[in-house]
Design a protein around this ligand. Structure first.
Ligand code: P6P
Length: 314
């Protein structure tokens, strides 16, 4: 029997969210296929390497970043369900002006840019909020969140109403089909952190890492693309950490575009997340590019990490 498609699944299982939600998911599927067509042609496409421009943070923008940001933002602004779009690459959110929009969607169009030309996994991260006057909403107001993972397979995972479901792009049917139903986070002891920053880590991180490494129970895994690391953490278990350190006083990852949507998904799959002293979903962003420290993953592993924080993090 043929596997249910993403569109069919959304219509059947998210019917209470109606046509607007289905429209957003259709936009995301179409966007995923556009990006996949690019990333499956490393070295052959125009959109490789640096664009020569910088983003609102002064960071070099990869050509694929710029292409993806425009493609997704414009597709969303044309979607009747969308009121506004916030993108990691945009200084300010864009309003659709269509008058029918009921959602604000925030996205990091291509996360893991440093891996783009290396054929390593990269991803798109999205968060769907109820329409509001500002894009700066707490993560615990999310209606849904998820990611697209461009790897050997292209996957789309999303969390809504307390469940996480995963879909694999079937090239024969040219659509996503259900492949991981009602996903619950795994329990393996993988840890993902950039240990190249050891000298920058504060004492609590160094003590934590020394403890888990001398325990002999943990295995290191670090892709350097948040979506790839979080996907492995979801399926297998483990903990992903990007802490504050002596150079990144608030960490590196952005609350609105990376931390909140992925924390929401991990928590809905039975995991946990902490930004030092608080659950990141309880934070109201003070600016759209606010960075926060983050540790997320298997609940018991996040609890162990928290115990090393002198602040007794939540
Ligand atoms: P570092 C990619 O640039 C990214 O934003 C995330 O996808 C990833 O988790 C992190 O930065 C990697 O940062 O400092 O370890 O290279």
């Amino acid at each position: 029997m043929a596997r249910i498609t993403l569109h069919e699944f959304v219509s059947a299982h998210n019917a209470e969210l109606g046509q607007p939600f289905a429209e957003v998911m259709d936009v995301l599927e179409s966007f995923a296929k556009t990006i996949q067509a690019k990333v499956q042609r490393n070295g052959l496409i125009e959109e490789s390497g640096d664009s020569g421009g910088t983003n609102v943070y002064g960071e070099n923008v990869q050509k694929l970043d710029a292409f993806a940001d425009g493609a997704l933002t414009n597709a969303l602004l044309a979607c009747p369900a969308i009121h506004a779009v916030g993108s990691e690459e945009l200084e300010t959110p864009k309003l659709s002006g269509n008058g029918t929009g009921i959602y604000t969607l925030t996205h990091d169009p291509v996360d893991g840019s440093s891996n783009i030309d290396t054929n390593l996994p990269i991803g798109t991260i999205f968060g769907l909020y109820p329409k509001a006057d500002s894009v700066l909403q707490k993560g615990n107001t999310l209606v849904a969140s998820g990611y697209i993972l461009y790897g050997p397979s292209m996957l789309l995972f999303y969390a809504v109403n307390g469940t996480v479901n995963g879909f694999t792009f079937d090239p024969d049917r040219e659509t996503f089909v259900l492949s991981y139903e009602n996903v619950r986070i795994g329990e393996k002891k993988y840890y993902a952190i950039n240990e190249g920053n050891w000298e920058l880590f504060f004492e609590e991180e160094q003590k934590y890492l020394t403890t888990i490494k001398t325990s002999g129970d943990f295995t290191a895994r670090y892709v350097g693309s948040m979506v790839g690391d979080i996907h492995r953490t979801l399926l297998k278990g483990g903990i992903f950490i990007y802490p504050a350190d002596k150079k990144h006083e608030s960490g590196k990852l952005r609350l609105l575009y990376e931390v909140a949507p992925l924390s929401f998904l991990i928590i809905q799959a039975g995991g946990d997340a902490t930004s030092g002293v608080i659950n990141p979903l309880e934070l109201t962003p003070v600016k759209h590019d606010q960075r926060v420290p983050i540790a997320m993953g298997t609940k018991v592993l996040v609890e162990q990490y928290r115990s090393f924080s002198p602040k007794g993090g939540k």
